[in-house]
Write a protein that binds this ligand. Structure first.
Ligand code: 3EB
Length: 353
């Protein structure tokens, strides 16, 4: 059976946005069932406060996709409350938050905490309490924030908001990514549903929420991946940003090719763990991936390694979105996130099998 499975009857599915398509408010870019977009580029005039506003990071030349559209089965309702724009259907809620740091007058700890406080308030209000996936884009993520790196400040505010809201800040945290942008606001996008997702960890890596305090006073709040039943006998697998980390340590600092190989070993391990947990078939070379590069000039080398390991004609490589962004540790040059759909069901209790 083809492991790439995306049923048009499922309650949730994902669709690549074409790379040559502009992302305006988004309305014309997608079908009416679009719940939300995570696309990259520069917002069209007046569109920076749309639910579909792009993340302000540049696509690399030749990127075949401009981002991912998440669809429900019905035309969603939409609205906004405070800083949160949202769209929802009977099962899922997608939200977008963009906070201008300079205008807010707050430090990044406070701003991150506020973003997540508002996020959790939105989930509570709409009765979709379970986060599946969060995308975080932090301006100048590796810069110093007055004695603490800005990513570490972000982690502090994020974890505090999870604790304040009584949300799982350790085991059971959502899948996520956190990348650095070079312009624009603090941008958070999120997808939440009615039922808890099943978290998946990577046996080659220490769980991020258990990283030692040498990486900052508060650990990052995310699981390596998460699985959800999305209807029509279909499972969604969302894999968090994945990089060249073994245990909790960066490996191959300065070597983008070896970092790419290690990242693929991690993606393979987490994909295998998801398969073991669910019985779904998730093939590494058929994942839908977003590839983030700190240095655009590394693209040919990364592409060469991906072609060698996954195949020149793999759907992974043919379909991937390539985005210029800073990875959250300054010694990391590449990070890859992914999603996939497969036939299957989740059995048994949350987190066990
Ligand atoms: C890592 O494995 C690399 O802070 O939400 C990956 C995915 C990373 C998510 C986050 C950070 C985050 O630690 C960085």
């Amino acid at each position: 059976m083809n492991p790439v499975h995306s049923s048009p009857h499922a309650w949730l599915r994902a669709e690549w946005l074409r790379g040559d398509r502009h992302l305006p408010g988004g309305a014309s870019a997608t079908a009416p069932t679009c719940l939300g977009l995570v696309g990259y580029g520069t917002p069209a005039a007046g569109a920076s406060h749309s639910t579909f506003a792009p993340i302000q990071a540049d696509l690399l030349a030749g990127s075949s996709a401009a981002g991912v559209a998440w669809h429900g089965r019905e035309v969603p309702e939409s609205g906004s409350a405070g800083q949160v724009r949202w769209q929802r259907d009977a099962q899922w809620l997608f939200g977008a938050i963009d906070l201008d740091e300079a205008a807010s007058g707050n430090d990044l700890v406070t701003l991150a905490q506020r973003a997540y406080r508002d996020l959790f308030e939105t989930l509570r209000h709409h009765g979709r309490p379970h986060l599946l996936r969060v995308w975080n884009y932090v301006p100048h993520i590796n810069a110093d924030g007055g004695g603490l790196e800005r990513y570490r400040q972000f982690n502090h505010g994020r974890q505090q908001a999870f604790l304040d809201a009584g949300q799982a800040a350790f085991e059971g945290a959502p899948a996520a990514c956190a990348l650095g942008t070079r312009r624009g606001p603090l941008s958070v996008r999120f997808l939440a549903g009615l039922k808890p997702a099943v978290p998946v960890e990577n046996p080659r890596q220490v769980s991020a929420y258990h990283y030692p305090s040498s990486y900052g006073p508060r650990a990052p709040t995310f699981s390596r991946a998460a699985l959800a039943e999305v209807g029509d006998d279909t499972l969604a697998l969302v894999i968090s940003g994945t990089a060249s980390i073994v245990g909790h340590t960066t490996v191959h600092a300065g070597d983008v090719e070896e970092q790419t190989r290690e990242t693929l070993r991690n993606l393979k391990a987490v994909t295998a763990a998801a398969q073991q947990r669910s019985g779904g078939t998730f093939a590494l070379d058929e994942l839908d991936a977003v590839i983030y590069l700190r240095r655009t000039g590394d693209a040919p080398a990364v592409r060469r390694v991906l072609a060698e390991v996954l195949g020149e004609h793999s759907s992974f490589l043919r379909r991937a979105a390539w985005v210029e962004a800073d990875v959250c540790r300054s010694d990391l040059l590449v990070e890859i996130e992914a999603h996939a759909f497969a036939r299957g069901r989740l059995h048994g209790a949350h987190g066990s099998n």
